[in-house]
Design a protein around this ligand. Structure first.
Ligand code: SAM
Length: 265
């Protein structure tokens, strides 16, 4: 079974089974506006069998291009990955940065290959906004990986799924909200202050959306971290979780950090 597109910074791959316990029943519309590596979406997809609509979005253009090309041009994506050589990692990374945000199967294949070959499988940008994670292991087990991509491609071709390159606010503005809509929010956390340019004003806007969705009778669940959460979300249900920090698929610290899982029902 395919569990995600790729490991992602802040990805919920390891926590997805715990998140599953918070899913409500009878969801007809599932919305995830910070989809990242998609591990929660894939679990939602296999859980909400009666759901008519899966709306996935993220403001990372390269990431959304990868989803769209896997859906529409998988053979070209695979062809690109097959041609890339570990010894040329830094040259390939430079080429990728020179066509940053381009919508093409080559850009998608190169991104997937870089993520499978870089240190910790982590998407990391420098101050100029270029992908700059260092080279690590050789891209391994391509046959198994291509099988997973094929499986993901079949899922993404389901006409009930919409994949959008958008800011979360735009996505939420365009949704026809219904009482059986379920929203999963996994934004860059407040803790750390302004990660990925997502500052306190974005969190305040997201809070306004949460209040509005609640008034409209929809259900939402959010993962976040930072002491401000307890005051900001005082009107909602907050569970504290102690989790280990991960990088790609690996746990990188023995220590546990506090996260908040907030929901309106
Ligand atoms: C913590 S990650 C989500 C991880 C995801 N739940 C997973 O399991 O892989 C946060 C995501 O929010 C996206 N993001 C950051 N700012 C955004 C914005 N203003 N609008 C939409 N997406 C945004 C990032 O590109 C990133 O993919």
């Amino acid at each position: 079974m395919v569990n995600n597109l790729m490991p992602w910074v802040g990805g919920k791959y390891r926590l997805r089974k715990q998140i599953l316990k918070y899913f409500i029943e009878d969801v007809k519309q599932y919305v995830e506006p910070f989809v990242g590596g998609g591990s929660v979406f894939l679990m939602a997809y296999s859980t909400f069998k009666e759901c008519n609509d899966f709306i996935l979005s993220d403001n990372n253009a390269n990431l959304i291009n990868a989803y769209c090309q896997i859906r529409d041009n998988l053979s070209e994506v695979i062809k690109t990955i097959q041609l890339l050589e570990h010894e040329r990692y830094y040259e390939i990374r430079k080429q990728f940065n020179s066509s940053f945000n381009e919508c093409s199967p080559q850009q998608a294949g190169t991104m997937l290959w870089l993520m499978g070959s870089c240190f910790g499988g982590v998407w990391c940008l420098n101050k100029k906004g270029e992908f700059n994670t260092a080279k690590a292991r050789k891209f391994k087990n391509k046959i198994k990986y291509f099988k997973r991509l094929q499986e993901l491609s079949t899922i993404l071709q389901d006409p009930r799924i919409k994949i959008l390159h958008q800011d979360f606010h735009v996505t939420l503005n365009n949704i026809d909200i219904k009482p059986n809509s379920f929203f999963f929010f996994d934004p860059p956390y407040i803790k750390g202050g302004g990660f990925l340019g997502f500052g306190i004003q974005h969190h305040e806007l997201l809070l306004d959306w949460c209040k509005y969705l609640n008034e409209m009778g929809a259900c939402w669940l959010m993962s976040n971290a930072g002491d401000e959460i307890e005051t900001m979300y005082i009107d909602f249900i907050i569970d504290k979780k102690w989790v280990q920090r991960t990088c790609g698929y690996s746990i990188i610290s023995k220590n546990f950090t506090k996260e908040y899982w907030i929901r309106n029902r």
